[in-house]
Design a binder for this molecule. Structure first.
Ligand SMILES: [Ca+2]
Ligand SMILES: [Ca+2]
Ligand SMILES: [Ca+2]
Length: 272
């Protein structure tokens, strides 16, 4: 059992604990490693982090990873704006972020709700389990990305699958009435974000048990599809330096937890 989850705590106590975690992140028991200089992909620190999960597979692995990654600080939804400026910073322009679906590099300051702005995309659609934008899964940086306002709206709460018509203004993205296909360069990112959410949220802390399935049209059920396609995308688009860097930034500076499927891609097949 994770030390951050007291069984006697009620909703108010949990909310207070969440606020405390944000206000004083150094109190998180899993002390983050200092920010390492330069690009630092999955490293020795990640190996130590996963020690309790080593050698496990299937549901035992999933349970061990849930315990590990549930030790985290939690942000408010308003804190997510600045955090995304760090996690998704354009490596060649520190004033910009890279948008998930379009790949556009855009000023960090141009966020908001107007056409042409970037906003906060919930890759695990927040209606799938109805977690909204209160502190919890709705503010978990591991599945939040900057996206073009219009493309975010087109994606809506659709499940992920191959196929459909080209999305104008977002080359390589496709959509139809029940699904969305992101561009090739972020297909694996999307898959690993969905699978992170499935392991992190197991029906505790008052939030739904999020799980992948092999369907589209899941609507408001706490499921996200399609698993078979996501696994294929995970294989075809392995973690790159941008994705590994954002995992490090979230771990070192914001939440102090990691996405296991970026660090250990083989664990997707070991669980699903
Ligand atoms: Ca479809
Ligand atoms: Ca990628
Ligand atoms: Ca789950």
């Amino acid at each position: 059992m994770s030390r951050s989850r007291g069984s006697a705590a009620g909703g108010i106590a949990l909310a207070a604990a969440a606020l405390l975690a944000v206000a004083a992140p150094t109190s998180v028991s899993a002390a983050p490693a200092p920010l390492s200089p330069g690009p630092a992909p999955a490293s020795a620190s990640a190996d130590t982090y996963y020690a309790p999960a080593e050698g496990k597979t299937g549901t035992a692995l999933k349970a061990a990873l849930n315990d590990i990654i549930s030790e985290q600080a939690r942000l408010s939804y308003s804190q997510v704006w600045d955090a995304l400026g760090d996690t998704d910073e354009d490596p060649s322009d520190p004033d910009n972020v890279i948008l998930l679906y379009t790949g556009r590099s855009q000023a960090k300051s141009e966020h908001g709700g107007d056409l042409g702005d970037w906003n906060r995309e919930h890759v695990w659609a927040k209606s799938h389990g109805d977690f909204g934008t209160s502190t919890g899964p709705g503010t978990d940086l591991h599945h939040l990305r900057p996206t073009d306002v219009r493309v975010n709206s087109i994606r809506g709460n659709k499940d992920f699958d191959n196929g459909g018509s080209a999305v104008s203004g977002a080359p390589g993205n496709y959509t139809d009435g029940d699904s969305f296909e992101p561009r090739d360069a972020v297909k694996g990112d999307v898959a690993r974000m969905i699978l992170y959410m499935a392991v992190r949220y197991e029906g505790e802390d008052g939030f739904a048990d999020l799980e992948p399935n092999d369907r589209v049209g899941n609507g408001s059920a706490p499921y996200h599809g399609r698993l078979g396609v996501l696994k294929q995308w995970h294989r075809e688009d392995p973690p790159d330096s941008f994705e590994r860097n954002r995992n490090e930034v979230i771990y070192n500076e914001y939440q102090y937890n990691r996405n296991p499927f970026i660090d250990r891609p083989e664990w997707v097949e070991a669980i699903w």
